[in-house]
Design a binder for this molecule. Structure first.
Ligand SMILES: Cc1cc2nc3c(=O)[nH]c(=O)nc-3n(C[C@H](O)[C@H](O)[C@H](O)COP(=O)(O)O)c2cc1C
Length: 344
């Protein structure tokens, strides 16, 4: 069973060998952002980062348009699908389908606090139901050979207590889950929007560090507010991996810098990297996919660089026009070679 394999790849051993573990860097699941086009771009920036889909509900996987929901490009490996849901049998079925589609991992969402998700009794509100999460994970593990992982919070609402958090992890780990991605803050289920729930509850990295210290046999990756190479290095001293969300999306070059910092290789320029995306862009355009669906993911590539604002502006204004093609990207790239630093 691959759950055991997950333990083999624990960061402790990798750190001992000075090799970053396979989950050292990952890009978080983000609805409306980490679609397949985005993941192809991120893969070019970082061959090693593990990439996550947007959350997809188990029911949708079972009954919906699988091409649209699960389709991905081969280059995206290693790629994980994130499932939402709380019915063990349905999650198991959806996990099995995801495995058949070729995903490398199935991740269960126990962190999303949106009203819609709560109404469906999944996401962050499951932090209150550890045994249901354990049953779900056990059913998924029984249905697949690929690793089943969990992305969770520290707690919800007034349940902000390390021992409760630890008890949640213990219960789910007892069901066979060996890998946890922890968004290091709690969520308020009432009164805060999902966006506020990513900003207002304080980050408590020390809880995640303590968890790893107490349960070294588990693979523990930390998430929340980490946005620099140094920040990642620091977290890797305490955990097996860092999951990056907004920083990876808004400043994608960070993924490339991390790739080189952790795995070596030569640092390529932003322009070089973007040009390697050209065959994929041309392929999509030929299939009738509008440029705007691709270019939106690269807007932050020149973040805080000379010409970065103009790059973003040219792409966001031009990509919506009918017939927009690669030449628009060339035009945007040309803006970044201008020496006028005020354009940054
Ligand atoms: C636009 C957006 C969509 C998100 N969608 C999901 C999701 O589908 N599943 C999930 O587990 N977390 C989702 N998140 C939360 C992120 O995965 C991550 O936990 C959070 O942004 C904190 O990490 P960061 O500070 O590095 O961004 C989303 C975040 C953003 C910004």
């Amino acid at each position: 069973m691959q759950q055991a394999e997950n333990t083999d790849i624990s960061g402790e051993e990798a750190a001992a060998a000075s090799i970053p573990g396979p989950l050292a860097v990952s890009v978080a699941p983000m609805m409306d952002w980490t679609d397949s086009h985005c993941r192809v771009f991120h893969r070019l920036l970082s061959p090693h980062a593990r990439l996550y889909t947007e959350m997809v509900h188990a029911q949708a996987v079972i009954h919906g348009d699988r091409d649209r929901l699960l389709g991905f490009s081969e280059v995206e490996h290693p790629v994980a699908v994130q499932l939402g849901g709380s019915e063990p049998a349905l999650l198991a079925q959806a996990a099995h389908i995801a495995q058949e589609w070729g995903y490398d991992e199935v991740n269960l969402n126990v962190g999303c606090p949106s009203d819609r998700v709560q109404a469906g009794r999944f996401g962050a509100c499951l932090m209150k139901e550890p045994s249901l999460v354990a049953d779900s994970v056990a059913a998924m593990i029984a249905a697949v050979d690929i690793p089943v992982t969990v992305k969770c919070r520290l707690g919800v609402d007034e349940l902000e207590d390390y021992d409760r958090f630890r008890a949640f992890i213990d219960t789910v780990a007892a069901a066979g889950c060996t890998t946890f991605f922890v968004h290091a803050r709690k969520a308020w289920l009432q009164g805060l929007s999902p966006k506020e729930n990513r900003e207002i509850p304080p980050l408590r990295y020390e809880w995640v560090h303590q968890l790893k210290q107490e349960l070294p046999q588990l693979t523990i990756a930390i998430n929340g507010g980490i946005a620099t190479v140094e920040g990642v290095r620091e977290q890797l001293r305490h955990t097996d991996g860092v999951m990056l969300g907004r920083a990876a999306y808004h400043e994608p070059y960070l993924l490339h810098e991390l790739e080189v910092a952790l795995w070596g290789g030569e640092l390529q320029s932003r322009e070089q990297l973007l040009r390697t995306l050209r065959p994929y862009v041309e392929h999509c355009l030929a299939r009738g996919i509008a440029l705007k669906h691709l270019s939106k993911h690269v807007l932050g590539l020149f973040h805080s660089q000379p010409g970065g604002r103009l790059f973003r502006q040219i792409l966001s204004e031009g990509a919506h026009r009918p017939g927009a093609d690669w030449s628009l990207i060339e035009q945007a790239l040309a803006a970044t070679t201008m020496t006028d630093r005020t354009a940054a």
